[in-house]
Design a protein around this ligand. Structure first.
Ligand SMILES: Nc1ncnc2c1ncn2[C@@H]1O[C@H](COP(=O)(O)OP(=O)(O)OP(=O)(O)O)[C@@H](O)[C@H]1O
Ligand SMILES: [Mg+2]
Length: 302
């Protein structure tokens, strides 16, 4: 995987995809690509964990394969399943036409035609353009047995299907694991990966991201939006706004032809930024104005 020559190069490639990547995350990405190690990204919601996998795949011209984790996810849904319905139809058809060769039928039923490939198996297959990017998203939503299973799959990049045999990746996929940290992911899995905590961006970086994702927004409005969201994150909220919310909000304001923030505008559009009624209630009355004034004060020197 010599496609990336330096940390700067990684930053450039990702910038080409509209992804603003700090030096720290770019370093982890560079090392992961160079050493062929999985990346483990943990962080708050909406800070760009999933997006970086998409950006890497697109920048390197690789396929993106996504395994979305959820409670109860098991190996069958992650690796492969037999297409039971199609198998039944084939059996019925064979029965109806009489005298089917049982052995041949059995072999056919457990062959490639009836195999449903799920993300982990897809990632072991050869892909045009090189090894795919395998995004294992929101790993914290699964349970520990699945994690143990995953650990094994990630260590040798092969999958064994009793009826077919072992399928091994010609080249290990580029693996990106994300977690929102609703629970701790096991050490054993973390140890295999290069770890990075994705934090909320600072003002300057969030401005860069917003400029990249909503270039049509005027700079003055973007600065106010980012300053306000940054100020909001220091409040004691149930769910702090992520970068995704900043971008959404700016786009809402644009759609409303808003040129500058005001307490009224904030009250009307707060649903783009805060998603819990308790949090929204905290900004009632004079509170929005106070935060806006404080946010503006941080902008003054620039
Ligand atoms: N560094 C960044 N550069 C460009 N866009 C970004 C960046 N960070 C976040 N975004 C934007 O924010 C949106 C949300 O990011 P993403 O879906 O990756 O968040 P996440 O960390 O996976 O959150 P969740 O935990 O909610 O899944 C993306 O659609 C992307 O447009
Ligand atoms: Mg995500």
């Amino acid at each position: 995987m010599s496609e990336v020559s330096s940390i700067d190069h990684v930053q450039e490639l990702l910038a080409g995809e509209g992804y603003v990547c700090g030096r720290d995350l770019a370093t982890v990405t560079f090392l992961a690509l160079r050493l062929g190690r999985p990346i483990f990204l943990e962080g708050e919601a909406g800070v760009g964990k999933t997006e970086i996998a998409k950006a890497i795949a697109s920048a390197l011209g690789r396929d993106l394969i996504r395994l979305q984790c959820y409670e109860g996810l098991d190996a069958a849904s992650a690796v492969y399943e037999w297409n039971f319905a199609a198998q039944m139809v084939a059996i019925r058809t064979a029965e109806a036409s009489g005298g089917a060769d049982r052995a041949a039928l059995q072999e056919e039923l457990f062959g490639p035609d009836y195999l449903v490939e799920r993300p982990l198996l897809q990632a072991m297959r050869p892909h045009n353009g090189g090894a795919p990017v395998l995004l294992i998203d929101e790993l914290d939503r699964t349970d520990e047995p699945f994690e143990a299973f995953l650990l094994e799959a990630l260590s040798d990049f092969q999958v064994t299907i009793p009826e077919i045999g072992t399928i091994k990746a010609p080249e290990p996929p580029i693996v990106i694991v994300t977690s929102n940290r609703t629970r701790e992911v096991h050490d054993a899995l973390k140890r295999r990966c290069l770890y990075h905590w994705v934090d909320y961006p600072d003002f300057a970086r969030e401005m860069e991201i917003l400029t990249s994702r909503a270039p049509e927004a005027a700079e003055a409005l973007s600065r106010e939006v980012v300053a306000f969201v940054q100020r909001l994150r220091t409040e004691d909220l149930f769910k702090k706004p992520g970068v995704a919310e900043t971008i959404d909000w700016a786009k809402c304001l644009l759609a409303l032809d808003v040129l500058t923030l005001s307490p009224e505008v904030i009250a009307d559009t707060l649903g783009a930024v805060l998603k819990y009624q308790d949090d929204i209630a905290k900004l009632q009355g004079s509170e929005a104005k106070r935060l806006l004034d404080e946010a503006r004060a941080t902008l003054e020197p620039a």
